[in-house]
Design a protein around this ligand. Structure first.
Ligand SMILES: Nc1nc2c(ncn2[C@@H]2O[C@H](COP(=O)(O)OP(=O)(O)OP(=O)(O)O)[C@@H](O)[C@H]2O)c(=O)[nH]1
Ligand SMILES: [Mg+2]
Length: 266
């Protein structure tokens, strides 16, 4: 579940949880807050917004603030999802703000990505700029009690027309919701499930999962190499090489090659 700050992701998540619980479906929610390391309004806000479900054992809600942690958001989020999956949560909702490259990347790695927009001029343009059009499987025009729903729907339809999807591929449905009252939540849930069925039948689910595994593995390898680089960039040889570069006796590329000599096949 991704979208601009304040678009109603948490409220929509809460409404969706209510809908799922009325069908006796367990759910876990991971609210990712990249901006605030340990405290912050968003986390508190999410707790308050989702507190309807706080005492329900069928609902698990955690907020994650990962900026500054080793490996960062890109590694911590899939790790948390894997953990929830391992303990048997079949439905895991990840809420992340749809601004910033890492956040959009995380959102794009879900089995189903919901992009939350608001009615009114320009929201779909912003979403497009942020790279959200490409990753959307379902659009929710939330705050549909405000005016401009049809304009936003038209904008989205136009953008989808222009994106020249292959004839047999999934065209993201556009659902109008009022998260605060629950209007449209049934249709929203149906759209998510329809995408699920499509993803399973078309093989998209498998290919996304394999892509995700590949990307995650690459990320971990890159991270390890980075750590290793920090380890080796110390000591006498390092000091001598830095001084040689500073004194223009060597160039940084040659010095780097010297530093790396024998390291990568060690
Ligand atoms: N009128 C109206 N207000 C809504 C609706 N959904 C959410 N809101 C309000 O919009 C505000 C932001 O909602 P949140 O659910 O916190 O939005 P968010 O996208 O999770 O925000 P961040 O996590 O801070 O990015 C709150 O004051 C909600 O009550 C809606 O359908 N209609
Ligand atoms: Mg939120």
């Amino acid at each position: 579940m991704t979208g601009a700050p304040g678009s109603g992701k948490s409220t929509l998540t809460s409404a969706l949880i209510g809908h799922m619980r009325s069908r006796d479906i367990d759910v876990a929610v991971l609210a990712i807050d990249p901006s605030s390391p340990f405290t912050g309004g968003a986390i508190l806000g999410d707790r308050v917004r989702m507190q309807d479900h706080a005492t329900d054992p069928g609902v698990f809600i955690r907020s994650m603030a990962t900026r500054g942690h080793l490996g960062g958001l890109a590694l911590a989020a899939p790790e948390a999802v894997r953990l929830l999956d391992a303990v048997g949560r079949r439905w895991i909702i990840v809420e992340t703000v749809g601004v910033g490259q890492v956040e959009v990347e995380i959102a794009g790695k879900a089995d189903t990505t919901v992009v939350v927009l608001n009615p009114g001029w320009g929201d779909s343009v912003q979403a497009n700029k942020a790279g959200l059009m490409e990753i959307a499987d379902v659009f929710a025009i939330n705050k549909a009690d405000c005016k401009g729903v049809e304009e936003t729907r038209r904008d989205l339809e136009q953008m989808l027309d222009l994106s020249e999807l292959p004839a047999d591929s999934w065209r993201p449905p556009i659902v109008a919701t009022v998260a605060t009252t629950g209007d449209g939540i049934g249709e929203f849930w149906d759209a998510i499930n329809a995408h699920r069925v499509h993803a399973q039948q078309s093989g998209q689910l498998e290919s996304r999962r394999s892509f995700r595994a590949r990307e995650e593995l690459r990320e971990i390898v890159a991270n390890r190499l980075y750590q290793r680089a920090r380890q080796i960039c110390t000591g006498d040889r390092w000091e001598a090489l830095t001084e040689a570069v500073a004194a223009h006796e060597s160039d940084p590329w040659t010095a780097a090659d010297t530093m790396l000599d024998g390291v990568l096949d060690a």
